[in-house]
Write a protein that binds this ligand. Structure first.
Ligand SMILES: [Zn+2]
Length: 69
């Protein structure tokens, strides 16, 4: 069931794949690799800032091709 610990989902900024869950209040910098898009991110847990360490530059989030054009 729902635990009372607040856990936040952290997603890859490039593809939206779930990278990890972090507990509220977590701080510090970690490196995590996205297994989907293979990006490696340095994540500052305190500020939710992502820095690309390795991998292709981020495609636009709405760059997913849809037949709207
Ligand atoms: Zn990814």
């Amino acid at each position: 069931m729902i635990s009372d610990a607040v856990v936040l989902r952290v997603e890859c900024p490039a593809c939206g794949h779930r990278l990890m869950d972090k507990k509220a209040g977590a701080i510090g910098k970690i490196q995590v690799k996205c297994h989907k898009s293979k990006h490696v991110w340095e994540v500052d847990l305190g500020t939710d800032e992502f820095k690309l360490i390795c991998g292709k530059p981020i495609p636009r989030r709405q760059g997913v091709r849809k037949s709207e054009d």
